[in-house]
Ligand binder design. Structure first.
Ligand code: 6PG
Length: 485
């Protein structure tokens, strides 16, 4: 029998899977293509993969026989049950030391569980984020792998070859950490993606309703913004979307129903933040804004009951556009500050040694949130790897200070005019909360102690000493236990 020649197998021939195979093939790797519905393998080989050195397998057994050792098998299937089912089917055809890779948008807790399970069978596991959509998968995605550290050296040459590269040639792919670290970082990426998209949508609504601008005019604004500090993939595609005409010659965006879908990664980010007590308020508002948008019928009804007043902004239009740009930029800085706080808390909770500058580099190219801005975040962490609060980095501190006036003006005017700006305003509220040495939580603690004897700490006593007051004169001497989730 001849020696196996294939470097990696990929299961799941939907568009992401197919494009990753073609990308690997371009970089000189021999890939075995597999799919649950096997006819799709022949179809792929006869069409998209025609003429390429790509092999096909009609069973997992056949696939295993074609692979060099340790075998590398990548799943690009729907997150959830399908991943577990494939793992169970793969275990009997693979051998100790072989590597199973899940490249879908899996929940990080599933990846923690699967890593342990696969390792308990003597094999290795990688759960990796892959970002960049169809085009990224084909030409160079951002790849965020975590799982069994011993698997990384065997996967690194393939992943780093096929990933996007930044201008100095560094790959947008590096080892993230053990267990579910890779999928956690990808989940946070998606949460930030939700935030960035919501911010852009609020800027769009402010220009459309507040300034009465047309899609063509906004197309030009986004084209200009993309040349400056907001330079990013999402601003770029917004520019193109606003310039895109429907068959009737009108901007297609004006004909699209205003209800947003979501597949769940933004929601997972918020759930995890709640578990860890980290206020990622902007991402949360972005998720809830999609929920509000989905309540189309209720909105139509309420809009009749509470007719909006004239939303038009007074004053110099060009100045307003610049104010909106600055409000967006400042809010974006807050969103990334919150996202990095979340990853830091998760690293502590799950025992991951995350490289925050490395994460910024992985996101710098290839992925949906890629931007010039992430280059600045990389520099901030290069300067201080222990930076706990992005806002305290001199670059971002200066940037926020430079935007503050416009940011407040935009939020205040939007509130007065009745244009919803949940992400812009929650970012500002978070900023004001964070820079408040004193918040009204003293009163809140008094309320908790009043009705439930939950106790409070005092300003004139050391931290960790708890007090209870008999507020009504009728309460007992016993206080509730003190704990914080
Ligand atoms: C990416 C995207 C990708 C996908 C999202 C869309 O990084 O390439 O984030 O993972 O497009 O899952 O998410 P929603 O359907 O929830 O908007």
């Amino acid at each position: 029998m001849s020696e196996p020649t294939a470097d990696i197998a990929l299961i799941g021939l939907a568009v992401m899977g197919q494009n990753l195979i073609l990308n690997m093939n371009d970089h000189g790797f021999t890939v075995v293509a597999c799919n649950r519905t096997v006819s799709k393998v022949d179809d792929f080989l006869a069409n998209e993969a025609k003429g390429a050195k790509i092999l096909g397998a009609h069973s997992l057994h056949e696939m295993a026989g074609l692979l060099k050792r340790p075998r590398r098998v990548m799943l690009m299937v729907k997150a959830g049950k399908a991943v577990d089912e494939f793992i169970e089917s793969l275990l009997p055809v693979l051998e100790p030391g072989d590597i199973i890779i899940d490249g879908g948008n899996s929940l990080f807790e599933d990846t923690i569980r699967r890593t342990k399970h696969v390792e308990s069978k003597g094999l290795l596991y990688i759960g990796t984020g892959v970002s960049g959509g169809e085009e990224g998968a084909r030409r160079g995605p951002s790849i965020m792998p975590g799982g069994s550290p011993a698997a990384w050296p065997h996967v690194k040459p393939i992943f780093q070859a096929i990933s996007a590269k930044v201008s100095d040639g560094s790959p947008c792919c590096d080892w993230v950490g053990e267990g579910g670290a890779g999928h956690y970082v990808k989940m946070t990426h998606n949460g930030i993606e939700y935030g960035d998209m919501q911010l852009i949508c609020e800027a769009y609504q402010l220009m459309k309703d507040g300034l009465g601008m047309t899609a063509d005019e906004m197309h030009q604004v986004f084209a200009d913004w993309n040349k400056g500090e907001l330079d990013s993939y999402l601003i770029e595609i917004t520019r193109d979307i606003l310039g895109f005409k429907d068959t009737d010659g009108q901007p297609i965006v004006d004909n699209i129903l205003d209800t947003a879908g979501q597949k769940g990664t933004g929601k997972w980010t918020v759930i995890s933040s709640q578990d860890m007590g980290i206020p990622i308020t902007l991402i949360a508002e972005a998720v809830y804004s999609r929920c509000v948008s989905a309540m189309k019928d209720a909105r139509v009804e309420a809009s009749k009951a509470f007719k909006p007043s004239n939303p038009k902004f007074a004053g110099d239009r060009a100045q307003w556009v610049e104010d909106i740009r600055k409000a967006l930029y400042a809010s974006k800085i807050i969103s990334y500050t919150q996202g990095y706080m979340l990853m830091r808390a998760a690293a502590k909770q799950y025992g991951w040694n995350l490289n925050y500058g490395g994460i910024a580099l992985m996101w710098r190219g290839g992925c949906i949130i890629r931007s010039a801005f992430l280059g600045e975040i990389k520099k901030a962490f290069d300067k201080n790897p222990n930076l706990g609060n992005l806002l305290l980095n001199p670059f971002f501190k200066k940037a926020i200070k430079g935007c503050q006036r416009s940011w407040r003006k935009v939020v205040a005017t939007a509130v007065k005019k009745g244009i919803p700006v949940p992400a812009f305003s929650t970012a500002l509220a978070f900023f004001d909360g964070l820079r408040s040495e004193r918040l009204p939580a003293n009163l809140l603690q008094a309320q908790r102690d009043y009705f439930g004897a939950h106790t409070y700490e005092r300003l004139d006593k050391p931290r960790g000493e708890f007090f209870h007051t008999n507020w009504t004169g009728t309460g007992g001497r016993i206080s509730a236990s003190t704990y914080t989730v």
